[in-house]
Design a protein. Structure first.
Ligand code: CO
Length: 134
């Protein structure tokens, strides 16, 4: 069922500094900051040969990553995203296995324009997991 690692998301306290680190020090291909008001984040996309890194920084008053940054002032890994061929079939299989799907359980359109769901970290070895329709 599980497919490619689509991305690893990292919350950062200083987006410009983090982007410069990946671009200048690590030599990665780094996008300009992309504000995503619907998701409450500003994102910088980093393309690696085999996957992506997303740098996340809070945007607006109700950002879902603000509490994370409050708990982890220097930032940290926020979630991993795995691709699945059929997100509804994946959701049903995971729910049947006792996993908690966050929110109302219906896929939302994620940062890449594809349907996504999040799984409770307590059911996934302590890691917030996003699944994305491939
Ligand atoms: Co993500």
């Amino acid at each position: 069922m599980i497919g490619r690692l689509n991305h690893v998301a990292i919350v950062v306290s200083d987006l410009a500094r983090a982007a410069a680190l990946y671009r200048d020090t690590l030599g990665a291909r780094v996008s300009a900051p992309v504000p995503m008001p619907a998701h409450g984040v500003t994102t910088v996309f980093i393309e690696l040969p085999n996957t992506k890194i997303e740098l996340l920084h809070p945007l607006g008053d109700k950002s879902p990553v603000q509490a994370f940054l409050d708990r982890n002032p220097s930032g940290g890994m926020h979630h991993v995203c795995y691709e699945v061929d059929d997100i509804l079939a994946a959701r049903d299989r995971l729910k049947a296995a006792g996993m908690r799907v966050l929110g109302d359980g219906e896929p939302k359109i994620g940062a890449h324009g594809k349907p996504v769901l999040f799984l409770h970290p307590k059911d996934m070895c302590g890691t917030l997991v996003e699944i994305e329709q491939a």
